[in-house]
Write a protein of this length. Structure first.
Length: 82
């Protein structure tokens, strides 16, 4: 995976938005492939995390918290276009 994408996921509490992925050059077909191949997991519509991050989360506490708008609402801008 592109190091910039990995850095964005790390900077965003383990999630990345579809818009961010597209901004980093991950095309729509590549996003679909990442989801189909279970490399990424859908957290909410248009918000993804990696399979390894998702599986490391406690399913009763951490996974529901990861789906919280407090996490995905504040997705950081990657600092691309001004």
């Amino acid at each position: 995976m592109d190091p910039r994408v990995e850095a964005a996921i790390a900077a965003n509490h383990g999630v990345i938005s579809r818009a961010q992925a597209l901004d980093f050059g991950v095309g729509p077909s590549a996003v679909r492939a990442l989801l189909r191949d279970r490399v990424w997991v859908v957290v909410r519509r248009g918000v993804y995390t990696t399979r390894s991050i998702w599986e490391a989360l406690d399913e009763y506490v951490a996974r529901p918290l990861r789906k919280s708008p407090r996490v995905w609402w504040g997705l950081r801008d990657h600092g691309g276009a001004a």
